[in-house]
Design a protein around this ligand. Structure first.
Ligand SMILES: Nc1nc2c(ncn2[C@@H]2O[C@H](COP(=O)(O)OP(=O)(O)OP(=O)(O)O)[C@@H](O)[C@H]2O)c(=O)[nH]1
Length: 474
């Protein structure tokens, strides 16, 4: 994987190589051109100066050996011309006649000797071509072939006949160019190294802070405290780290607030649940209590209802309950068989009360009630009609059977053992049967008349109401 550090180093290296390399090459070639131009100009100037300082007559004298010592003086002048310029390796004067070229004077021991054998092909070509102005030899060719660079200048005093020539050491030029190349290369290398060092420092600085930011991101994700940041804000990256720290701090504060709120909410929920459970228990208890109360009330109501229909002394039905039962019996008799009834009254009961007291009277009434129940088998069809008077309903029972039952009841009451010993009571009874279509009141009235007739007949008697006719049974 290419790290940021390596990427930065690589990119900087490429930029440096491309930028600095291009610039270095451009500068090298510009400087090399200037050096070459300056050298050429200087060599050319040397040739011009030399040519300007020579006299045609003197050269004639040297050429024809007409004046003794002329050659030595000429050579001395050429030698002096060289002394001022150490880069020049030789100077000469050539005489050009048509295509014939001959060196008439030269520095000694130089590269040029008298005659034409030591002149290069290029020099000979220029000289034979008829030199009109100062001319420089081919610098590039001189450098490549290891020859000296030359420059030629016609001597004005002897147009087209004498030409001054100088030779420049080409190796000196090559040396200058080599030095330039080395300097350029050295500068380039130094620049690359310096840039690499700076680039490395920058990359390390960035890498260090990226690592610092990464460390903080991991700490924030794991919920740990951020490691201390000692870096002072120096650039945008430091500002990013500082902003990150501030954001992390705000996030922590917000998370803390949320946790507190969650804790409070959880506590409130638990409290609410407890209260709901308490209320549910209370409601359950209240419901249970209410149920018990309702049951009690129903029992009381049932008892009250029963009490409303029951005679408190004897436990038999009271008159109202019996009247309701009679209404139902009348309704039922329309589809089925009819019913009979007995009306019974204790004889001389006032005398009992008066003689034995009301308590004994009550005992007599209760004993009579038990006889009515045993006659019928249950207490549902026997009622206390009022005072010492009783009523017996006999559903589905005909008049004769009712009469038999009444007689049995009369006999039972007569034999009824009572306290105090010797107390005896009797009972008078009237019997009637509901006639088809007869109103209940009429039947009750007939039965009541039968009872009165039983009283009138001497008591302890059963009288039957057969229609409006009455018959005494005993
Ligand atoms: N001990 C007691 N006496 C009652 C009760 N209800 C009515 N009596 C009495 O019953 C008596 C009825 O008397 P009467 O109507 O004169 O009838 P009687 O004495 O039985 O005479 P006859 O019916 O003609 O035989 C009255 O003295 C009433 O006070 C009761 O619940 N207990």
């Amino acid at each position: 994987m290419l790290t940021i550090k390596r990427r930065l180093l690589l990119s900087h290296l490429l930029v440096i190589l491309l930028g600095a390399g291009t610039l270095g090459l451009y500068l090298y070639f510009a400087a090399a051109g200037q050096i070459v131009d300056a050298v050429g100009e200087r060599v050319l100037d040397n040739a011009r100066v030399l040519a300007a300082g020579l006299d045609g007559d003197e050269l004639d004298a040297v050429s024809r050996h007409s004046t003794p010592g002329a050659a030595a003086r000429m050579e001395d002048r050429l030698q002096r011309a060289l002394r001022g310029n150490p880069d020049l390796v030789g100077a000469y004067v050539a005489e050009v006649t048509g295509t014939d070229v001959r060196v008439v004077a030269a520095t000694a021991p130089g590269a040029v000797s008298e005659g034409s054998g030591s002149l290069t092909v290029d020099e000979l070509a220029l000289l034979r071509g008829g030199l009109k102005a100062a001319t420089l030899g081919d610098i590039a060719a001189a450098g490549a072939e290891g020859n000296d660079l030359f420059a030629l200048a016609p001597i004005a005093a002897a147009p087209s006949r004498y030409v001054a020539g100088v030779r420049f050491r080409a190796s000196s030029l090559q040396e200058s160019l080599r030095t330039l190349r080395l300097s350029t290369l050295g500068g380039l290398l130094f620049g690359v190294l310096a840039a690499l060092v700076l680039s490395r420092l920058l990359a390390e600085s960035l890498q260090r802070r990226i690592a610092l930011l990464g460390e903080r991101c991991r700490a924030l994700a794991a919920g740990d405290a951020l490691p201390p940041n000692q870096v002072a804000i120096g650039d945008e990256f430091d500002r990013v780290i500082a902003d990150f720290d501030a954001t992390a701090q705000r996030l922590r504060e917000a998370a803390g607030g949320r946790e507190d709120a969650l804790t409070a909410l959880t506590a409130a929920n638990a409290k609410l649940e407890t209260r709901v459970e308490e209320r549910a228990r209370e409601i359950e208890d209240a419901t249970g209590q209410l149920k018990i109360e309702i049951e009690n009330r129903l029992q009381v109501e049932a008892l009250l209802a029963e009490a409303a229909l029951t005679d408190a002394l004897t436990g038999l039905l009271n008159r109202r309950a019996m009247l309701e039962m009679l209404e139902q019996a009348v309704q039922a008799s329309r589809g089925q068989g009819g019913f009979s009834m007995i009306l019974a009254d204790v004889d001389h009961f006032k005398h009992v009360n008066d003689t034995y007291g009301h308590g004994i009277g009550d005992q007599v009434l209760m004993a009579a009630a038990r006889e009515l129940e045993s006659l019928h088998g249950d207490s549902r069809h026997a009622a206390r009609w009022g005072g010492e008077e009783f009523f017996v309903l006999l559903p589905g029972t005909g008049l004769m059977e009712a009469c038999r039952r009444a007689e049995e009841l009369r006999a039972r009451v007569e034999r009824m053992p009572l306290q105090p010993r010797g107390l005896r009571v009797t009972m008078s009874l009237g019997v009637a049967e509901l006639q088809p279509g007869e109103p209940l009141e009429d039947c009750l009235r007939r039965c009541d008349q039968a009872l009165y007739r039983a009283k009138d007949a001497g008591r302890n008697t059963v009288v039957i109401a057969r229609g409006n006719l009455f018959a005494t049974m005993s």
